[in-house]
Structures are given as structure tokens and as C-alpha cells.
Design a protein around this ligand. Structure first.
Ligand code: DAH
Length: 349
């Protein structure tokens, strides 16, 4: 290029044409302006084309100079034009990309985060307490047979305890029902496994019952510990640990005699009222105590159904309603709120 400029000193007219054309091309900053510059400086009517066409009329000594340098000027301008074209195209691309740019660091639309339903939170909390004590989680079917739900739990046909369960039976299948408690899991586990057994069985149970404190479906957690030399002291210590973990370290428990067909002796366990601390208030009906679960020492008759030797092993069992535990813990009065799915309720926990 410097070479061409040097040579152009030979012809002032061409030097001017070259200089103006380079300036014109260089000044174009859009594709349209560049096209205009091309027409102006390289088109048929451009000074360069006019000069080249006029070669035959030029003085003889000027002709070879203009012919040689003129073509070099044309080539140089075409090269400059191509380079400028590439430059403009890439800067237009850059501009377009910048316009379409997406800021991936912008925070997105927040997706509302849910959480576990209070029933599941309570279930998990209780499971944590017992798995921490070495218990394993077991489960069984919600559609049960009469045998597992009643008979093997020492509740033979015609036993008055059956009628208190408000059982849903399957039509046309008198031996099949929706389990009324999680206790049948005890039988299913002991049938399959040799002692020692330490299990809890959480799950849904069903009863024909519906009011402020009963829904036809609710949740229970069953517990069973069978080993050598298990006493009621172990039962009490275990359930006291549970009560303190769930309701607070200041809680105490007491046992009241009760009856369940599958435990002997049987008890109901109360926890000291967490509202008044045991002094007596409306929540605990001024007794200072709230009933939380049923329990007892496994009745030897039950071992007979699963092939355990009652002279070799002893054990205790307990069963609690998860809704009831959650209600007591959170001061709820109506159990149906669990299942209304009203977010104003659900979001509070
Ligand atoms: N299954 C009993 C019920 O639903 C609760 C229960 C009481 C379970 C005592 C037990 C127990 O394991 O020992 O009412």
C-alpha cells in the first residue's frame, strides 16, 4: 500500500482519486453508506472509471502510467471495500447480539416453596425419636384381614372390643376390612422375624366416625419392643423419653390402668398438660393431664399366634394417634382442619 502511494506520486490525478475514494470508503459506517461509496468511487460514473475509459485519448506518455497504476488503484479500492464490508457486518452482528442479550444472572420468577403437611411433620418427628432409640420402621397393608386386625391380636369373633372400632368392611368379603389400627403390623412383623424386635409402624387407619375430633381416616403410630427381660419400667422409660422429646423436657407422664385385648396389663398414658404445666386449665379439663396413647405389656396369647415362647420373651406395645399428638402440641381444637387443605391453616406450620 505504501508502495502504491509512492508510485502515485507519478500521477497527481490518480493520487487524488485514490485519496478521496479511500476516505469515502473509510467514512462509511453502515452497509448502505458503503454501497453508496462503492457506486461513487468504483461505479461506472466514478472519476476512476471515467479516467480509465479515457486512456485512448490521453497523451501517449501518460497512457501506460494511468493504465498500470489505475488498475492497481481499482484493486486496492476493491480490497479496501471488502475489508470495510466485513468490518461493518461483524459490528452489526455484535450490535444485534447485544440487543438480544439475556442476563442470565437476573433472579428468576420465584417458585413458591411448599413444605410438609403438619401430619407428615409430626410423623417424621415421632419416627426420629424412635429410630434414635434403635427402633426400625415397619409397615403393613391398609386393607387388612379380620385375622390380623382382630383375631391374632387376641380379639376373637364376638369379642366386645370389636364393636368399639366402627370398622369399614369390604362388601361381599366379610373377612376383609380397612384396618382400624396399626396394631396388625405387630403380628405381621413377629410372624416373619425372630425376637428381638423393635419396630414402629406408622400409617393410615380407618373408622366409621366423623366429628370435631374424629375423621374416617387418620394416622397412627404403633410401637412394639419384644426381647428378653423387658419390663413395664422399660415401657415407662421409653414413653417418657418420647413425651419429653415431643412435648418438651419439662413434661411428665403417668400411667392409668386400662384395657386392650392384646396387652396385659394395659395402660393409658397421660402427659402433664403443656398449657398449664399441670396446674389445671381448660385444655386439660382442670386435671393437669392429657391422654396421649394406649400401651401395655404384650399379652402372652398374642405370642401364641406368632410362635413366640412367652416364657422366653417379654415385650411392650403402644399405639398413638398422630393427629391427636399434633393437635395437643399445637393447641388445635378441630381435627378436620388437617384435611380441609385451607392454606391459611397449612402455612402456619
Ligand atoms: N390399637 C389401639 C387403638 O387403636 C391402640 C393401642 C393400645 C395400641 C395399646 C397398642 C397398645 O399397641 O398396646 O385404639
Amino acid at each position: 500500500m505504501a508502495d502504491l502511494k509512492e508510485q502515485l506520486k507519478e500521477h497527481e490525478g490518480l493520487a487524488t482519486i485514490y485519496g478521496e475514494a479511500m476516505a469515502g470508503i473509510g467514512a462509511a459506517s453502515t452497509a448502505e453508506a458503503l454501497e453508496e461509496a462503492r457506486v461513487a468511487h468504483l461505479g461506472r460514473k466514478s472519476p476512476l472509471s471515467v479516467l480509465l475509459r479515457s486512456i485512448p485519448e490521453l497523451p501517449a506518455e501518460e497512457r501506460p502510467v494511468v493504465g498500470r497504476l489505475g488498475n492497481q488503484v481499482r484493486a486496492a479500492l476493491e480490497q479496501e471495500l471488502a475489508a470495510k464490508k466485513g468490518e461493518i457486518e461483524s459490528s452489526e452482528l455484535v450490535r444485534r447480539l447485544a440487543g438480544e442479550q439475556v442476563d442470565i444472572t437476573l433472579p428468576g420468577e420465584p417458585f413458591p416453596r411448599g413444605h410438609l403437611h403438619l401430619i407428615n411433620q409430626t410423623l417424621w418427628e415421632i419416627e426420629d425419636v424412635f429410630t434414635g432409640l434403635g427402633y426400625r420402621i415397619a409397615d403393613g397393608p391398609e386393607i387388612e384381614t379380620d385375622y390380623y386386625n382382630f383375631t391374632a391380636l387376641n380379639t376373637p369373633e364376638g369379642h366386645p372390643a370389636r364393636s368399639s372400632h366402627d370398622t369399614f368392611f369390604i362388601e361381599g368379603q366379610p373377612d376383609v376390612l380397612l384396618r382400624t389400627h396399626t396394631s396388625p403390623v405387630q403380628i405381621r412383623v413377629m410372624e416373619k422375624e425372630e425376637p428381638p424386635v423393635y419396630i414402629i409402624a406408622p400409617g393410615r387407619v380407618y373408622r366409621r366416625d366423623s366429628d370435631a375430633t374424629h375423621t374416617p381416616m387418620f394416622h397412627q403410630i404403633e410401637g412394639l419392643a419384644v426381647d428378653r427381660n423387658i419390663t413395664m419400667g422399660d415401657l415407662k422409660g421409653t414413653l417418657e423419653t418420647f413425651a419429653k422429646a415431643i412435648f418438651g423436657a419439662d413434661r411428665e407422664i403417668r400411667m392409668r390402668p386400662h384395657f386392650f385385648p392384646f396387652t396385659e396389663p394395659s395402660v393409658e398414658i397421660d402427659v402433664s398438660c403443656m398449657i398449664c404445666g399441670g396446674a389445671g386449665c381448660r385444655s386439660c379439663k382442670h386435671s393437669g393431664w392429657l391422654e396421649i396413647l394406649g400401651a401395655g405389656m404384650v399379652d402372652p396369647n398374642v405370642y401364641g399366634f406368632v410362635g413366640y415362647d412367652p416364657d422366653e420373651v417379654q415385650g411392650f406395645a403402644f399405639g398413638m394417634g398422630v393427629e391427636r399428638i399434633a393437635m395437643l402440641k399445637h393447641g388445635m381444637t378441630d381435627l378436620r382442619m388437617f384435611y380441609d387443605n385451607d392454606l391459611r391453616f397449612i402455612k402456619q406450620f
